[in-house]
Ligand binder design. Structure first.
Ligand code: ADP
Ligand code: 5GP
Length: 210
């Protein structure tokens, strides 16, 4: 059973480019919210800051962390390894901080299956349409057509995982989406009523998949 003063674990996953990193960064500005900084073997993007956006490590170091069982979860995504180390997460939760994870469905499944003694809330973020997703990926990935094509191809597979999340939220207007997530987190923490329409989400997913 979670202890009342412990923090809450909040996972955001999405098909690449839907906006979860942007949303996690916004949420982290709220009082008492802390991002779990992942380790990755991927190369930094131009705008990324080492030890803030990610701990960038080589494959040997990543394998050492796996061997030492330092990861709460880890996975291979798009040919690179990504993982969340356990100690900082547990320390923050024990201090009453809410910990935000920007991780894929494999990592979300692993954390869910661990059934830790902390409350867990999971969000799956979707774009308003595939056209908008393509635009966002093209802008972010510096017109690297290969990356954009690879991530668009992955979309149809990634979207299937929505079913395993507590809430699916559409990131059209950034601020509205941020407020929606914030209000669902508050409702979960205070056990209040949740403004959530699962049927609307189901029909949005049908449109995205057709
Ligand atoms: P993810 O982490 O899901 O891969 P990002 O947060 O990196 O996605 O967002 C992808 C791109 O889309 C970024 O360039 C980001 O600035 C932009 N973006 C995110 N949310 C919105 C939004 N609601 N409206 C317009 N652009 C957005
Ligand atoms: P990107 O390379 O675009 O930053 O991230 C690619 C994917 O890896 C995203 O779906 C992101 O959520 C996921 N990811 C980032 N960090 C982790 C992590 O620590 N664990 C897992 N399982 N996935 C991660």
């Amino acid at each position: 059973m979670p202890i009342e003063n412990d923090g809450v674990m909040i996972i955001l996953s999405s098909p690449s480019g839907a906006g979860k990193t942007t949303l996690v960064n916004l949420l982290s500005e709220l009082d008492n919210f802390q991002i779990s900084i992942s380790h990755t073997t991927r190369q930094p993007r131009l705008n990324e800051v080492p030890n803030k956006d990610y701990y960038f490590v080589d494959e040997a170091e990543f394998q050492r962390l796996i061997k030492n069982q330092e990861f709460l979860e880890y996975a291979k995504v798009f040919n690179n390894f990504y993982g969340s180390t356990r100690t900082p997460v547990i320390n923050n939760l024990n201090k009453g901080k809410n910990v935000l994870f920007d991780i894929d469905w494999q990592g979300a499944d692993q954390i869910k299956n661990k059934k830790l003694d902390y409350k867990l809330i999971t969000f799956f973020i979707l774009p308003p349409s595939k056209e908008v997703l393509f635009e966002r990926l093209t802008n972010r990935d510096m017109k690297d057509k290969l990356i954009v094509d690879e991530r668009m191809k992955q979309f149809d597979r990634d979207v299937l995982h929505w079913i395993n999340y507590d809430y699916v939220v559409i990131n059209d207007d950034l601020n509205k989406c941020f407020q929606k997530i914030q209000s669902l987190i508050n409702a979960e923490i205070k056990d209040g009523s949740k403004d959530y329409d699962k049927e609307f989400i189901r029909s949005h997913i049908e449109k995205l998949s057709s």
